[in-house]
Write a protein that binds this ligand. Structure first.
Ligand SMILES: Cc1cc2nc3c(=O)[nH]c(=O)nc-3n(C[C@H](O)[C@H](O)[C@H](O)COP(=O)(O)O)c2cc1C
Length: 370
C-alpha cells in the first residue's frame, strides 16, 4: 500500500493523497487580477490528481507584489477575477485549492525572472518598498522604508482582508508565506531585521510580527479553514535564521492553532550557499517535524515517485510538495500512482487514456466523480 497515496487530514480538510502542488508565481496577472493564463495553468494542475493545489504567492497589498505581474487579493476586482478561475476549476475538479498569501517587502518592485528579476527603474513604475529595517536586499538596490506602527497595522489589516477574501472565494486553506526572504521572513531573520523596538533583536521580538499576522488571520477565518505557514528553515548564512529558531517559531505557531508547516529554505540574502541536490530540504523538514510536531510538508528537488513515497513512508514529512517537476509533467501524480500501484482521480474525459496494463489506475477514483 502506497503511503503517498493514502489520505491525510489537515484538520477538517481531508486530502486524497500526500502530493501537494507547491505555490508557483506566474507573473501573469494584470493589476493583481488572474486571467486566462491562470485559467489554463491552474486548470491543468487541478486535473493532475494531486491532493492539494496551492495557488502562487498572492499579494495582500499592491506594494507587496514582487512584480507588476503578481497575483493579488487586495481589491474587489482581484477577488472577482480569481473567483472566475476557481468557478471553472470547481466545475471540473474536486481537488482542494489553497492560496499562499504574502507580501514581498523589500523584494517587491522587481522585474519578472524571465526579464532578469532586477529592481524596476522609476520609469518602469518602481515603487517604494517596505521592510522591518531600511536595509536593501542586495548592495546597490534601493533601500526599503522601515515600517512604523501605522505601517505594521496596515500590513496586518491587509493580510486579514485578503484572508477574508480567500474565505469568501471558498478556498480550502491558506498558506502564509513566511519564507524566501519576503516580508514575514525579513522580520524573522536577523540579517534583514535590525530594529531596536519590540519587533527586532531577540528571537521573541523578531517572531512577534509574523505571529501577530498569523493570529489575526486565524481569528478572521472560520475554524474549518486550515491556516498553515511556509518557512525558510535556514538562511544558509552564518548568523542568520536557522533550524533551532525555526523550531521555536513552529512551536509558537503550533500553540496558536497552525495547521501545517511547509519547509523551504533561503531567499533572504545573496550570500546564501545552498547545497542543492535531490531532496536537499527534506532533512530540514524532518528536523522541524520532530521538533514541532505539526503536519509537515517537505519540498525541494523531489522529482521521483519512489523518492516521494520514501519520504512519507519514513515519516520524514507528512506531505510532499512538487513544483518544477509538475510543470514539466502535469500528470506527475498519474505516473506516481502507476509506479506505486495506487489509484488517482482523473477527469472522465481522459479515462480512455488509462493504459491497458493499469486497469485500476483510475479505478475507484471514478466513484464519486462529479
Ligand atoms: C516558477 C516557480 C515559481 C515559484 N513561486 C513560488 C511562490 O509563489 N511561492 C513560494 O513559496 N515558492 C515559489 N517557488 C518555489 C517552489 O514552491 C518550490 O519550493 C521550489 O521550486 C523547490 O521545489 P521543486 O524542486 O519541486 O521545484 C517557485 C518556484 C518556481 C519554479
Amino acid at each position: 500500500m502506497s503511503v503517498l497515496f493514502s489520505p491525510y487530514a489537515l484538520g477538517p480538510l481531508t486530502l486524497r493523497n500526500r502530493i501537494v502542488i507547491a505555490p508557483m508565481c506566474q507573473y501573469s496577472a494584470e493589476n493583481g487580477n488572474a486571467g486566462d493564463w491562470h485559467m489554463i495553468h491552474l486548470g491543468q494542475l487541478a486535473l493532475s490528481g494531486a491532493g492539494l493545489l496551492v495557488i502562487e504567492a498572492t499579494a495582500v497589498e499592491d506594494i507587496g507584489r514582487i512584480s507588476l505581474g503578481d497575483l493579488g487579493l487586495y481589491s474587489d476586482d482581484n477577488e472577482a477575477a480569481l473567483g472566475r478561475v476557481l468557478a471553472a476549476i470547481r466545475r471540473h475538479s474536486r481537488m482542494p485549492v489553497a492560496i499562499q498569501l504574502g507580501h514581498a517587502g523589500r523584494k517587491a518592485s522587481s522585474h519578472a525572472p524571465w526579464d532578469g528579476g532586477q529592481c524596476l527603474a522609476p520609469a518602469e513604475g518602481a515603487w517604494q518598498t517596505v521592510a522591518p529595517s531600511a536595509l536593501s536586499h542586495a548592495p546597490g538596490e534601493p533601500p526599503p522604508l522601515a515600517l512604523d506602527a501605522a505601517g505594521l497595522a496596515r500590513v496586518k489589516a491587509a493580510f486579514v482582508r485578503a484572508a477574508q477574501r480567500a474565505d469568501a472565494l471558498g478556498l480550502d486553506a491558506i498558506e502564509l508565506h513566511a519564507a524566501h526572504g519576503y516580508l514575514l521572513h525579513q522580520f524573522l531573520s536577523p540579517l534583514a531585521n535590525q530594529r531596536d523596538d519590540a519587533y527586532g533583536g531577540a528571537l521573541e521580538n523578531r517572531m512577534r510580527f509574523p505571529l501577530e499576522v498569523f493570529d489575526a488571520i486565524r481569528a478572521a477565518v472560520p475554524a474549518r479553514m486550515p491556516v498553515g505557514v511556509r518557512i525558510s528553515a535556514t538562511d544558509w548564512v552564518d548568523g542568520g535564521w536557522d533550524v533551532a529558531q525555526s523550531i521555536a517559531f513552529g512551536q509558537a505557531l503550533a500553540q496558536r492553532g497552525c495547521s501545517f508547516i511547509h519547509v523551504s529554505s533561503g531567499g533572504v540574502s545573496p550570500l546564501q550557499k545552498i547545497p542543492l541536490g535531490p531532496g536537499y530540504q527534506v532533512p530540514l523538514a524532518e528536523q522541524i517535524k520532530r521538533g514541532v510536531g505539526l503536519p509537515t510538508v517537505a519540498v525541494g528537488l523531489v522529482t521521483e515517485p519512489a523518492q516521494a513515497e520514501a519520504i512519507v513512508k519514513a515519516g520524514e514529512a507528512d506531505l510532499v510538495a512538487i513544483a518544477r517537476a509538475i510543470l514539466f509533467e502535469p500528470h506527475w501524480p498519474w505516473r506516481a500512482a502507476a509506479e506505486l500501484g495506487a489509484q488517482v482521480e482523473a477527469p472522465p474525459q481522459y479515462w480512455r487514456s488509462q493504459p491497458r496494463e493499469l486497469k485500476a489506475l483510475f479505478g475507484d477514483a471514478r466513484i464519486g466523480q462529479r
